[in-house]
Design a protein around this ligand. Structure first.
Ligand code: NAP
Length: 282
């Protein structure tokens, strides 16, 4: 029941129609009997400032920020958490008594997904493919966990740029490789974990994998952050060689779990969130 004291949470992005976040959060609010509601707003780039003023002055309690606003939104916040600052992007906003505070939960979401399989990431050799927005968040949080990182990207210069940024914030410089069979082979040789954070494997590139199957091994943990399709070509081929696999929807769920905690202080029912996402994506 929506009442005069219902707390409102919002998704700000463009497009937003495909998003599973409203379903996930509203189901959790209902389950926990919280007087809260989550709604999606499609906001064009040119109106982001006005939308954020709306959040602030309408007293909307919090928001998720998604494509294409994750970087731009930082201009309109009163405070930015250290992790989000280092990553250079915000995906969660908390309205604390009229002050908008920005956070980034993408990297923590990825780390929590991995930790369901590997309890301690300290010293683990991780090959991360990609150097875009998601890779930035994941690489920062992996280094904070003490992982030993190799970054592999199609555009080599972007991987170098990311490594440089990480060396400034984390005082560790990851190794950098170009995304071709030979270089990827070198990075993977003694890696224990492989993460794909590129969009290769996602519709409409669903028949593609960023890794030739011959480079996959049964002792690898393979995590693909692409969640549409649920089982990417990379994950199917990894399963065929007996590798342990982690599907991208886990990260989607855990970044939402962390946002929910920032807004309410409560750990939401994770299994309910997973079930909601799986129903939606299937
Ligand atoms: P982004 O900033 O646009 O970065 C895209 C990355 O993919 C870059 O490293 C790019 O390499 C690489 N790439 C794109 N097309 C490629 C191709 N044909 N061959 C090789 N590399 C290619 O995107 P993003 O925000 O990081 O998102 C990346 C993927 O992660 C998307 O599929 C997104 O849906 C998914 N994602 C999932 C979650 C989750 O919760 N599971 C969260 C965030 C993102 P170049 O530098 O060479 O262009």
């Amino acid at each position: 029941m929506i009442t005069s004291t219902t707390k409102i949470y919002a998704l700000i992005g463009d497009p937003v129609e495909h998003s599973v976040s409203p379903l996930m959060h509203n189901r959790c609010f209902k389950e926990l009997k919280l007087n809260c509601v989550y709604v999606a707003f499609r906001v064009r780039k040119e109106f982001l400032k006005e939308a954020m003023l709306g959040i602030k002055y309408l007293g909307i309690s919090g928001a998720n920020i998604t494509i294409p606003h994750k970087v731009e939104v930082m201009k309109y916040l009163d405070e930015i958490d250290e992790v989000a600052k280092a990553i250079g992007a915000v995906n969660t906003v908390v309205n604390k008594n009229g002050r908008l505070i920005g956070y980034n939960t993408d990297g923590i979401g990825a780390v929590r997904s991995l930790k369901e399989v590997v309890k301690d990431l300290r010293g683990k050799k991780v090959t991360l493919i990609g150097a875009g927005g998601a890779a930035r968040a994941i690489s920062f949080c992996l280094l904070k966990e003490g992982a030993c990182l190799r970054i592999v990207n199609r555009t080599y210069e972007k991987a170098v740029e990311l490594a440089e940024l990480l060396s400034q914030t984390c005082a560790v410089r990851p190794e950098v490789y170009k995304l071709d069979e030979n270089e990827l082979g070198k990075a993977l040789e003694d890696s224990e974990i492989l993460i794909n954070s590129t969009s290769v494997g996602m519709y409409p590139l669903a028949d593609k994998s960023p890794v030739p199957q011959k480079l996959l091994r049964s002792d690898l943990i393979v995590f693909d952050i692409v969640y549409n399709p649920l089982k990417t070509k990379l994950l199917r081929e990894a399963e065929e060689v007996g590798a342990t696999t982690i599907e991208g929807y886990n990260m989607l769920v855990y970044q939402a779990v962390e946002s929910f905690k920032l807004w309410t202080g409560i750990e939401p029912p994770v299994e309910l969130m997973k079930q909601t996402v799986l129903e939606h994506l299937k």
